[in-house]
Design a protein around this ligand. Structure first.
Ligand SMILES: Cc1cc2nc3c(=O)[nH]c(=O)nc-3n(C[C@H](O)[C@H](O)[C@H](O)COP(=O)(O)OP(=O)(O)OC[C@H]3O[C@@H](n4cnc5c(N)ncnc54)[C@H](O)[C@@H]3O)c2cc1C
Ligand code: SF4
Length: 587
């Protein structure tokens, strides 16, 4: 009997070896080999099920899927290791995961998304192949940049971190900040990515959610004796090991803003627990404006506001695979988005990258308890909102400054192409743009450098400075955009289409009359105009401007925090002391 099983393992291993050799040596066979590899892993899993039962088979499958991240040499070691210790094969393979890096490449990431079965609607149509959809692909490219740069040694310091949970190297986007250096590195990483993509690269909301949920579950357990923190960390380890993108889902539709969740005409206008079962909960509702939802592996649900005791079922935090049954995603339109469907690429402005948001419908989605991190603890809902918003307000000091660098670069280039770069008022405007942009970055760095540890050991930004950062973000990018439009001139909004340039009759006229300084081509000028248009009026403006206003909370939310954190009493004491006014009760 054992002989047959051994023979089974040997032949499957041999077949796997052939597939890997094929994939490595014969170009273009990647997809087929990936499919064949998946079939073999399934057969292997069935064999282990036969030998060792269900739990071993599940563990084996997980380990088998991890092989996707291994190099050829690592796969070979795993194969030999597993064969030489046949009797305890599943455990041997699982323990040998230590040699597999917890990092995906860009291609692994794209392949991992293709394997998912999300239900997504774009312009009224359900879409099967998301990764190649022209409206989605630019946003996927931007998110994939978080994997691509992580694989480049030049960016390792910023993009990688040592996991506080496993001691292994992980992508910083899945990391819990362990000190102020981590917080500062995060802001620098986001600026770098903003510079590289010129758009929202989407992965920060999940990172900010992890750090917020981590400290809040720890404090909640200490106060209430609940058991969420260990559960959450186990989940995060899974995210780190698989290098996943997680959508941070906080914003509910909210209906009539004057009313609490349970007072709304429709109780589903805030996400809530619709049923509690022995194995888990059922959640119902919707999350709007979800950044990068289509490019995410997981969704981290959090409450949207501070809740009162009567709204217990609305105090829910949990993690759900993005393709779980009951989840629908509806793609949100952006200005001029259909230019991405046109041939060419000049008119879209940012040819390769973009962002997206989607509405997520949760139509009675089951969540097992091991993925639930808050279920009714209303007293901690406000703290979770505040922590998540604090981290995301810090994030903007990085990403918006990075995109701002691109806007400034585009404005300076246009000035040069049009012969105005030496004019004193243009120089002044560029300097003003730099000043505003660096103010955003300075706030991001300041709230990071002033961070403090929370009870869980995870570092939190300085909340006052993070709110100052975000309040500046609600204004300064608009001013930077205004100055860029000033320098660009009216052609920014009257430029004919790329197709007109290609027309043999009118193209030469356009080339002749739309030229700026003679040493630059008309095409160079037009490309730069389209980039400024994209960032200040087109799809890029969704993230650079409107998200700067409302993302992580509208300006009033930051003002409320500033009023709360400003310590006006302390400031009055300072003034009284210098003015020679004696302290007395009730002052
Ligand atoms: C591009 C973009 C990306 C985003 N990405 C994400 C994401 O990834 N995840 C996520 O969870 N969310 C995301 N958001 C949502 C963002 O956090 C919300 O837009 C923000 O919290 C504001 O909520 P709202 O859009 O419902 O506007 P509202 O809350 O309706 O605010 C509109 C105006 O009404 C005022 N207002 C609101 N309530 C009251 C009240 N009770 N009394 C008086 N005035 C009130 C506000 O101050 C504001 O001026 C994103 C938003 C944008 C624009
Ligand atoms: S807006 Fe900025 S911080 Fe938020 S997800 Fe996009 S890139 Fe990250």
């Amino acid at each position: 009997m054992h002989c047959w099983i051994l023979l089974g393992f040997l032949s499957l291993t041999l077949a796997y070896g052939v597939i890997i050799a094929l994939a490595v040596t014969v170009p273009g066979t990647g997809q087929v080999c990936q499919g064949a590899g998946a079939v073999l892993i399934t057969l292997w899993t069935l064999l282990v099920f036969f030998v060792g039962g269900q739990s071993k088979a599940e563990a084996f499958k997980r380990a088998g899927l991890q092989l996707g991240n291994a190099t050829l040499g690592q796969r070979f070691v795993l194969g030999v290791e597993s064969l030489s210790i046949f009797r305890s094969m599943p455990e041997a393979i699982i323990s040998s995961r230590r040699i597999v890096m917890a990092l995906m490449t860009r291609d692994d990431y794209v392949a991992s998304l293709s394997r998912m079965k999300k239900r997504v609607f774009i312009m009224g149509q359900e879409v099967e192949n998301l990764v190649d959809h022209p409206l989605v692909r630019p946003s996927l490219n931007a998110c994939a940049m978080t994997y691509e740069l992580a694989g480049q040694p030049a960016y390792a310091d910023l993009m990688l971190a040592t996991s506080s949970l496993t001691g292994r190297q992980v992508n910083r986007f899945t990391h819990l900040h362990q000190d102020t250096a981590d917080l500062v590195a995060k802001v620098k990483m986001l600026r770098l990515l903003g510079q590289m993509t010129g758009c929202c690269f989407q992965r920060c909301v999940g990172m900010d959610a992890f750090n917020a949920v981590d400290s809040v579950t720890c404090e909640m357990d200490r106060a209430l004796g609940s058991g969420y923190h260990a559960r959450f960390r186990q989940y995060l380890e899974y995210v780190q090991e698989h290098d996943l993108v997680v959508d941070g889902a906080m914003t509910d539709p909210k209906g009539d803003r004057r009313l609490k969740p349970s007072q709304q005409a429709d109780p589903d206008l805030f996400v809530h627990i619709a049923d509690r079962r022995p194995a888990g909960i059922v959640v119902r509702g919707a999350k709007l404006h979800q950044t990068g939802a289509l490019n995410s592996h997981e969704i981290m649900i959090m409450p949207t506001q501070t809740l009162a005791a009567e709204d217990q079922d609305y105090a829910v935090a949990c993690a759900i695979p993005a393709d779980a049954p009951g989840i629908l995603m509806i793609y949100g339109r952006q200005a001029s988005d259909t230019r991405k469907l046109e041939d060419g690429g000049l008119d879209v402005g940012n040819r390769e990258f973009g962002g997206h948001e989607a509405a997520i419908i949760l139509d009675d989605v089951f969540v097992p308890w091991e993925r639930v991190f808050m279920a009714g603890e209303t007293a901690f809902s406000g703290l979770l909102v505040e922590r998540f918003a604090g981290y995301h307000r810090q994030s903007y000091g990085g990403c918006k400054a990075g995109v701002g660098d691109v806007v400034i670069g585009a404005a300076q280039s246009l000035a040069r192409y049009q012969g105005t770069d030496q004019a004193s008022h243009v120089k002044d405007k560029i300097v003003e743009m730099v000043h505003l942009n660096e103010t955003l970055y300075a706030c991001g760095i300041a709230c990071s450098a002033e961070g403090k540890p929370t009870a869980s050991g995870t570092y939190l930004i300085d909340p006052l400075l993070a709110n100052v950062c975000k309040l500046n973000v609600t204004r300064l990018p608009y001013e930077i955009a205004r100055l860029a439009q000033d320098i660009a001139g009216g052609l920014l909004v009257t430029l004919p289409s790329e197709k007109d340039f290609a027309n043999p009759e009118i193209g030469p006229y356009l080339d002749k009359y739309l030229r700026g300084a003679a040493q630059y081509t008309t095409e160079e000028r037009c490309r730069m105009l389209r980039l400024v248009e994209n960032l200040t009026l087109g799809p890029g403006a969704a993230a650079y401007l409107t998200e700067s206003m409302h993302g992580a909370g509208s300006p009033q939310a930051q003002r409320i925090m500033l009023a709360r954190l400003a310590d006006l009493e302390g400031k009055m004491r300072l003034a009284r002391r210098l003015a020679g006014i004696k302290e007395r009760p009730g002052q």
